[in-house]
Design a protein around this ligand. Structure first.
Ligand SMILES: Cc1cc2nc3c(=O)[nH]c(=O)nc-3n(C[C@H](O)[C@H](O)[C@H](O)COP(=O)(O)OP(=O)(O)OC[C@H]3O[C@@H](n4cnc5c(N)ncnc54)[C@H](O)[C@@H]3O)c2cc1C
Length: 308
């Protein structure tokens, strides 16, 4: 027999936890399902400086631990290591499946975020965990006093490059353009470290080594010249993608694969709301994920009160 809750939140990052807090405080019976450990992407971020209320910044881990604690204080039930594989609409109810368990609810908030886009070059898969990484905060220490490369030119690439610069000997920033996309404050810091060298107009074509990463092969986008840069690790930050396969045909997606939602964060399936990075939006940050979680939580609450 499947377990019933009035609301189910899928994903335990800032958006999902906030939706859970709002639903619980409204007296809704809610279950949050998380595929790994609750906390979401900020668990991988060394320091968050742009979330209001923390003038000196806060580690992503500490911020999320506080939000989880707040959720638990309001009685939010969290089930970890519970990856949702499919969702089916069955009359007035949703059936949510994870492994051999099924959970039912009147409504859902989907907050499963995004995953890192891969470079798709030879050596990337082979050396993952042996020098290829998508998380400087997690893996930077392994390369203390060595040379590493960061691929990308946006906020995530430069933030993580700065984290690495505190630990490693040198950070090569490989960017396909001749200027960064990252916020100016991050760029200013990066240019000042003296430990970051910028390789402009370059794209990686191969990651090379024997047992572990030993170098990265780059192609110049202008003159197509090939160069080999000796590095012990390659940190990849070339964007993110929403994994929406488990949603079946219940939502509409934009051209980039993000879920299209209304102003109230509803989708084309009644009772199914989305929040956070998974949805089509112009800014993917903790502050906007939390705002989305609050709005989706309140709108799902109203929906459930009508259906009760
Ligand atoms: C390197 C990096 C640095 C960043 N730095 C900052 C910063 O300084 N400031 C800032 O504001 N933002 C920063 N961000 C962005 C911020 O982390 C995201 O915008 C925010 O975490 C989005 O929250 P979310 O809840 O939508 O998704 P996430 O935090 O990604 O949470 C999604 C959760 O859903 C779970 N999940 C996924 N699929 C399933 C499934 N099938 N079943 C169950 N659970 C599932 C995941 O395990 C995860 O816990 C950074 C991002 C990166 C990558």
């Amino acid at each position: 027999m499947s377990e019933f809750h009035e609301a189910i939140v899928i994903g335990g990052g800032p958006a999902g936890l906030t939706a859970g807090i709002y639903l619980r405080r409204a007296g809704i019976d809610v279950l949050l399902l998380e595929k790994g450990i609750v906390g979401g992407t900020p668990l991988q971020t060394e320091r968050i400086e742009n979330y209001p209320g923390f003038p000196n910044g806060i580690s992503g881990k500490e911020l999320m631990e506080r939000i989880v604690e707040q959720g638990r204080q309001f009685g939010l039930t969290i089930k970890e290591f519970c990856p949702v594989a499919s969702i089916v609409r069955d009359g007035e109810r949703f059936a949510v499946t994870s492994g051999n368990e099924t959970f039912e609810s009147l409504g859902l908030v989907i907050t499963t975020g995004t995953t890192s886009v891969k470079l798709g070059v030879p050596g990337e898969e082979e050396f993952q965990g042996r020098g290829v990484s998508y998380c400087a905060t997690c893996d930077g220490w392994f390369f203390a006093d060595l040379d590493v490369a960061v691929i990308g030119g946006g906020d995530a690439a430069i933030e993580e490059g700065l984290t690495l610069a505190n630990v490693v000997r040198k950070v090569y920033v490989v960017h396909r353009r001749d200027r960064l996309r990252a916020q100016q404050i991050l760029q200013d810091r990066a240019f000042k470290t003296g430990k970051m060298e910028f390789l402009w107009n370059k794209i990686p074509v191969r990651i090379s080594g024997s047992d572990a990463v030993e170098s990265i092969i780059l192609e110049d986008t202008k003159n197509h010249q090939i160069t080999e840069v000796p590095v012990s690790a390659v940190f990849v930050y070339v964007g993110s993608r929403a994994d929406t396969a488990f949603l079946g045909g219940l939502v509409d997606l934009d051209g980039a694969g993000y879920v299209i939602s209304g102003e109230d964060l509803s989708t084309r399936t009644e009772g199914l709301f989305v929040a956070g990075d998974i949805r089509k939006k112009s800014l993917r940050q903790v502050a906007t994920a939390v705002g989305d979680g609050a709005l989706a939580g309140v709108n799902l609450e109203h929906y459930i009160l009508e259906k009760r």
